[in-house]
Design a protein around this ligand. Structure first.
Ligand code: ATR
Length: 275
């Protein structure tokens, strides 16, 4: 049955750009469905609120922080990748069950140019900073792309748990090794929230001796140029922010629900950049 009502849930969800993205495609394709909404869902009332959404006829729900694990846990059927990550960002609701998927890892992969994958990731050393939910998707994606991925986190125990959960045979990078490992990496991605708040600087790494061919990625897209990317750009390195990943993971959810493959147009990019 066609899905008529879709939304993103989170706590808080007010700043989510997902409605702009999904409603852009709904309008572009002239789909005869309700506008995509954003709804705050209190984690303490998660099951109850999910039942309400089902009763209200919602068929597709995107899930953002801090609800992704809860969403996975209440689902009846789970995709392989959501099982691997133990989290869900895309739920499909029908009368008798909830299906869970996770499009973050594939969204990250689809956000990368083929050339970057070939030259900087596959069979190359890569470094992920952070060990939260988004790090989990990125580490999984880099591992799937055949990279030798290692992880640094302020709290090393969390990095070790993440690597173990994903069955990745590498140890967390220690503070002492960090700069040396970064200097020999071809691709470095920041998944920490550091740099999101105004005036906050991400000084986890020193950029002094980073290789000139290293690709620097920050999942942060607001601000458009985080302090992490600014440092990399000042050195003349190739950089990318998280906006494309945001759109690509949304495109995968859209396809799951509506069975239509949507693209990332320049119009959509500028719409989001102007917010
Ligand atoms: P998300 O789900 O978006 O990945 P998260 O689960 O809250 O967010 O994870 C945030 C990540 O940013 C964590 O790796 C956190 O490090 P800790 O595990 O040590 O808490 C990292 N982080 C947040 N603030 C940081 C800071 N000031 N310095 C270094 N790392 C930071």
């Amino acid at each position: 049955m066609a899905i008529d009502k879709t939304a993103v849930i989170g706590f808080p969800v007010d700043h989510s750009l997902s409605p702009i993205i999904h409603n852009h495609w709904i309008k572009e394709l002239a789909l005869d469905i309700k506008p995509y909404e954003k709804l705050n869902v209190d984690p303490n009332m998660f099951e109850e609120q999910m039942n309400n959404l089902k009763a209200e006829g919602f068929g597709g729900i995107n899930v953002t922080v801090p609800l992704k694990e809860l969403a996975f846990n209440i689902s009846d059927e789970t995709s392989n990748v959501s099982k691997k990550l133990r989290s869900a960002n895309t739920l499909t609701l029908s009368s008798d069950k909830i299906n869970a998927d996770n499009t973050d890892a594939v969204g990250f992969i689809n956000s990368l140019d083929k050339k970057t994958i070939e030259e900087n990731i596959t069979n190359k050393k890569t470094l992920v900073l952070g060990a939260g939910g988004s790090a989990r998707s990125v580490v999984h994606a880099l591992n799937e792309l055949g990279s030798q991925v290692r992880l640094f986190n302020r709290t090393p125990e969390k990095a070790a748990i993440l690597l173990n959960d994903l069955s990745i045979n590498s140890s967390p990078v220690s503070t002492e090794e960090l700069d040396d490992y970064a200097n020999s990496s071809s691709f470095i991605v920041n998944t920490t929230s550091l740099g999101q708040k105004e005036g906050e600087h991400n000084n986890i790494l020193s950029f002094e001796n980073i290789g000139m061919e290293t690709f620097i990625y920050d999942l942060i897209y607001n601000p458009k140029r985080s302090s992490f990317l600014e440092q990399a750009e000042a050195k003349g390195l190739k950089v990318q922010n998280g906006l494309r990943m945001l759109i690509e993971q949304a495109a995968c959810s859209f396809q799951i629900w509506h069975e239509i493959k949507v693209g990332v147009s320049g119009e959509l990019m500028s719409l989001l950049e102007s917010v």
